[in-house]
Design a protein. Structure first.
Length: 204
């Protein structure tokens, strides 16, 4: 890992800006979870760690991760090899639970503070897997649709945009989306073969 990237990761590890919010400070001690790399050609742009990931400190160390690895056609060992894959969520720390027991959105302070300088130190990335509403808003801008569903349905046009890195929008691999996946079999038949081919090309 390059010295500038290593230095920036140390700064992120020490970050406490979300504890200083005057009205809604982070309800627990920050624990940034990400995998940065100056060699991986694939970047997973996800949402924020959940409770299990916050406890383990390992990205996608949950059932969502199992499904995502299945989508990618990667073993757990391959998935956590930073020479193959970088994982940079929109929020690095678990944002806490809402009144209904679901995860809150990624903290608003995180991406503006860290995302641009971090991605600038990973110019080798050729493919960004864009998971969920907040990541799609950041990485796709005006090219995203009015919903995650609409954006994922428009995956081919987004993926075939000229220039690098290419972006491939994905639904969240949460098991809460099992119903959506069953109602949309085209995702498995059309998107996953392209995704796995890109993983094979760029990460093996």
């Amino acid at each position: 890992m390059s010295e500038p990237l290593d230095r920036l990761l140390r700064e992120i590890e020490a970050c406490r800006i979300c504890l200083k919010h005057p009205k809604r400070p982070l309800p627990h001690e920050p624990r940034p979870v990400l995998v940065a790399s100056d060699s991986a050609k694939i970047l997973i742009a996800s949402q924020a760690p959940g409770t299990r990931v916050h406890a383990s400190g390992v990205a996608f160390d949950d059932r969502s991760g199992d499904r995502l690895r299945e989508w990618l056609g990667m073993t757990r060992e391959e998935f956590y090899d930073p020479s193959r894959l970088a994982i940079v969520p929109m929020g690095f720390c678990f944002p806490g639970l809402d009144a209904h027991g679901g995860d809150r959105p990624p903290r608003a302070e995180c991406a503006p503070a860290w995302r641009a300088p971090l991605l600038a130190l990973m110019p080798q990335v050729e493919l960004v897997l864009v998971i969920g509403l907040y990541a799609q808003a950041w990485h796709l801008g005006a090219d995203r649709g009015p919903s995650v569903d609409a954006t994922v349905r428009d995956w081919r046009r987004i993926f075939e945009r000229p220039g690098l890195p290419k972006c491939l929008p994905l639904p969240h691999p949460s098991w809460r989306n099992t119903g959506w996946l069953k109602r949309n079999p085209w995702f498995e038949s059309e998107v996953l073969p392209v995704l796995r081919a890109e993983v094979s090309r760029l990460a093996r």
